[in-house]
Design a binder for this molecule. Sequence first.
Ligand SMILES: N[C@@H](CCC(=O)N[C@@H](CSC=O)C(=O)NCC(=O)O)C(=O)O
Length: 283
Amino acid sequence: MTIKRVSSTKCFDGLQQQFEHRSAVLDCRMRFAVFLPPQAEDAGDGQRFPVFYWLSGLTCTDENFSQKAGAQRAAAELGIALVIPDTSPRGEGVADDPGYDLGQGAGFYLNAIREPWKQHYRMYDYIASELPQLVEQHFPVNDRRAISGHSMGGHGALVIGLRNPERYTSISAFSPICNPIACPWGEKAFGAYLGADRQSWEEYDAATLMSRASEPLPALVSQGEEDQFLEQQLKPHALATAAEASGYPLQMEHHAGYDHSYFFIASFIEQHLRFHADFLLKH
Ligand SMILES: N[C@@H](CCC(=O)N[C@@H](CSC=O)C(=O)NCC(=O)O)C(=O)O
């Protein structure tokens, strides 16, 4: 698996970089960003760093989080690498939709089984398997991984973390779509990507998975109370109810005055990185 560097920028004494590669899983070229903390430059042979995977929301690329969240400052201090993938397969030959909430930029971190999506839209396998293998082959990182994300990416982080507790130390999310099987964004995307069998949608529904979880990971969710998508799309109460049902140790925080934007993420990303650092750096 080869990668090509397309940009490199010094940031908080570390390096913020973008790479391209051909994804076998998604059957297209993909771009992702990596932040390597300053310690990686000075590291002796064999020193490797834990990784925080960030999954972005609808309409995003790797650049939204890289440029708006300000996560590099805390990551540099803590000695944590950041990996920021794109939100869907892309390219001229990749199926798309005119809506911002389906197709390119809206992969929903699942494996599609319906036409015209199923050839390329396999973001679940890409994030859970192919990308970590690639990252661990090419960068000085170890196999301690945390997963986090925002909105559609918060849904992705919760689903992939809940389904793969052996692969991650901890999960977090900002303003996640908690119950996509019961909200307009999720119903539209799951119907298109997965078809009419609603029971099959449950394997990608964070609230359902949390209500059935038997191997809990530390989990933090932050939600703004002035979020314009709160009631119709995000439904954090469904996740809280699921956590109560299974006794899942979910730390759910509601923040007065904050909306759905990256200003909210920038305000609390350091807290999330420190939360994950407790588990990523523990030996
Ligand atoms: N353009 C859309 C709204 C799109 C939007 O709000 N995207 C959010 C994520 S929403 C859930 O996944 C986002 O992160 N945008 C990028 C950013 O940099 O803010 C509309 O017209 O309503």
